[in-house]
Design a binder for this molecule. Structure first.
Ligand code: ZN
Length: 168
C-alpha cells in the first residue's frame, strides 16, 4: 500500500481520536416519551426530569390512568342512559346493530357490508344515530383507556426499577 502524505495524516488523525468509550445511552423515557441520554448503568428508562421525583411521577401516571378510565366510564354511562331513554323500537334496532358488529368482529360479516347496512339503517332511523354516536364515543374512550393502561404498567415498571436503584 502506497499512502500519500495526506492519507497518512488522515489515518494518524483517526487513531489520535480516543476509542469509543461511551458511558451513556439514548433512551425513550417510558413516562414522557422524551428521547434523552442516560448513564449506561441506569436501570430505569426514565429521563432526568421523571427520575428526579419518583413519587410525583408515579402520581402523574396514576392520575392519567384514572382520567382515561373515568372518561371511558362517563361515555359508557351516557350510552346506557340514552339507550334507557330510547323507545323500544330504537332499543331493539340498536341491539341488532351491536349484534351485527359482533358478527364483524367474529369474522362472520365484512366491515364493508356492516357499514353499508348501518348507513342505510341510519338514513331511515335518525334516532338510532345518537345511540351509535354514543357507542362510538364509548368505544374510542375504552380503547384509549386500554392504551393508557398499557403505558401506565410499563411506566410504573420503570419507576419501580428506579426506586430499587435508589434504595440499594
Ligand atoms: Zn420523562
Amino acid at each position: 500500500m502506497d499512502l500519500s502524505k495526506t492519507d497518512q495524516l488522515y489515518i494518524d488523525d483517526l487513531f489520535a481520536t480516543s476509542p469509543v468509550t461511551s458511558t451513556t445511552t439514548r433512551i425513550h423515557c417510558r413516562v414522557c416519551d422524551l428521547v434523552t441520554t442516560v448513564p449506561l448503568e441506569e436501570k430505569a428508562l426514565l429521563c432526568v426530569h421523571c427520575r428526579s421525583d419518583l413519587a410525583s411521577t408515579a402520581k402523574h401516571i396514576a392520575d392519567r390512568l384514572a382520567a382515561a378510565e373515568d372518561h371511558a366510564a362517563e361515555t359508557y354511562e351516557r350510552l346506557t342512559a340514552d339507550i334507557a331513554h330510547a323507545d323500544t323500537e330504537t332499543q331493539e334496532r340498536y341491539g341488532r346493530v351491536i349484534g351485527a358488529l359482533a358478527n364483524v368482529h367474529a369474522g362472520q360479516m365484512s366491515k364493508g357490508a356492516f357499514d353499508a347496512r348501518l348507513r342505510a339503517t341510519l338514513a331511515q332511523y335518525s334516532e338510532l344515530g345518537t345511540l351509535m354516536e354514543r357507542f362510538d364515543a364509548w368505544n374510542d374512550a375504552a380503547e384509549s383507556a386500554g392504551r393508557v393502561r398499557e403505558w401506565s404498567e410499563l411506566a410504573m415498571e420503570e419507576v419501580e426499577a428506579a426506586r430499587d436503584v435508589v434504595t440499594c
